[in-house]
Design a protein around this ligand. Structure first.
Ligand code: NAD
Ligand code: GLY
Length: 360
């Protein structure tokens, strides 16, 4: 088992990465001991892993409740969130309770948001079961639901007390979901660590085959990169924005098609190709580096071509983004592989990027 610390003073917590963690993890049992505990999961993950997690808690909790939500991005809504509050209130859970998010990023973001606001805030633990959630969404305390107008528009910062990434859960993950998770893995290499990006490129076949060595290394390195950025800027006043590389375009794609059509990671994959193209047009990134990045994204099984929408449609979608300033979108661009920054860009350049595509 490997442990990575997210250093946030009194809100610090460990990310534990390993095998067999669901079946028995002492730090989780210790957190749950004597408390009212709710496992929040979805109707795909619950039947697979809620039993093992409950057994792993080993009777440590005073009460154990399981709340099962409908799976998928289209259910990251007020209605689903309310089901959590209904169940907690019905079971008379008090402010000392503990919520455990068991699932992918959708469950993690919703259960985390529920924990942020239930009785003004209760403890929660992330038990991510998708690659995307293990390398990204379970770390850093961003929690949210979608609004039909925009992605993750309603939410809060609320750090978990512990993150438990059990590699064994990835064995049941469909290949399409695994590829979606690789988008965030590639993102971490692209924005922060060229050596890591080379390793991802070299290990791509092993990663797509979900080989434990390659997966374990990628999860640990991605978590280190994310933990470092979050420790420097917990609430995204500055540097944390770089974790949104590809996301201004990606969130627009998700919202534009309707949540759940393109997976988040797929939209980020195509969005990173666009953001790299924009970086080249700004004179910040060499064209061969952008092409190399696009090739890695394609090898991960991700789309590299964004939808052929009009400039006006893109602007309409991208203006509903948390990085936008007074309705004008901002973009994370690469200043070479491994260095990123957030900027406004001239419309003319943006038009060129939106018209350009590896396939058109
Ligand atoms: P997801 O949670 O929808 O999970 C994908 C699908 O896989 C679901 O159908 C789920 O039921 C299923 N699944 C999960 N684990 C499984 C397993 N082990 N075996 C079989 N099936 C399994 O999607 P995701 O890609 O994990 O997360 C995407 C979400 O994460 C988006 O809403 C995105 O906005 C959010 N996100 C948040 C942050 C953050 O910092 N909070 C960062 C990145 C992404
Ligand atoms: N996924 C972006 C962030 O956590 O800041």
């Amino acid at each position: 088992m490997r442990s990575i610390e997210v250093c946030l003073a009194e809100r610090s917590y460990p990310i534990l990465v390993g095998s067999g963690l669901l079946a028995g993890c002492e730090p989780l049992r210790a957190l749950a001991a004597g408390r009212q505990v709710a496992i929040v999961t979805d109707d795909t993950v619950g039947p697979l892993y809620a039993g093992a997690l409950s057994a792993g808690l080993g009777g440590a909790c005073a009460t154990l409740l399981t709340v099962t939500l409908p799976a998928g991005e289209s259910n990251k809504t007020w209605d689903s969130l309310n089901r959590v509050f209904d169940a907690l209130l019905q079971a008379r859970f008090d402010r000392g309770c503990l919520i455990i998010a068991l699932g992918g990023g959708v469950v993690g973001d919703m259960a985390g948001f529920a924990a942020a606001v239930y009785q003004r805030g209760v403890d929660f633990v992330q038990v991510p079961t998708t690659l995307l959630a293990q390398v990204d969404s379970s770390v850093g305390g961003k929690t949210a639901i979608n609004h039909p107008a925009g992605k993750n528009m309603i939410g809060a910062f609320h750090q978990p007390r512990l993150v438990l990434a059990d590699l064994d859960t990835l064995r049941t993950l469909p290949a399409r979901e695994l590829s979606a998770g690789l988008a965030e893995v590639i993102k971490h290499g692209a924005i922060a660590d060229p050596v890591y990006l080379d390793a991802i490129d070299r290990d791509m076949d092993a990663l797509r085959a979900c080989e434990q060595r390659a997966m374990g290394e990628a999860i640990v390195r991605s978590c280190q990169i994310k933990a470092d950025v979050v420790a420097r800027d917990e609430r995204e006043g500055g540097v944390r924005a770089i974790l949104n590389f590809g996301h201004t375009f990606g969130h627009a794609i998700e919202a534009g098609f309707g949540f759940g059509q393109w997976l988040h990671g797929e939209a980020v994959g195509a969005g990173m190709v666009q953001a790299a193209d924009l970086s080249c047009r700004l004179g910040l990134l060499a064209r061969p580096d952008a092409k190399h990045l696009a090739a890695i994204i394609a090898r991960a099984g991700l789309p590299v071509t964004a939808p052929p929408w009009s400039f006006e449609r893109w602007i309409e979608l991208m203006s509903v983004d948390k990085k936008a300033e007074q309705g004008a979108p901002r973009f994370v661009v690469l200043e070479g592989i491994g260095r990123a920054s957030l900027r406004r860009v001239p419309d003319a350049m943006l038009r060129e990027t939106l018209a350009a595509s590896p396939d058109r």
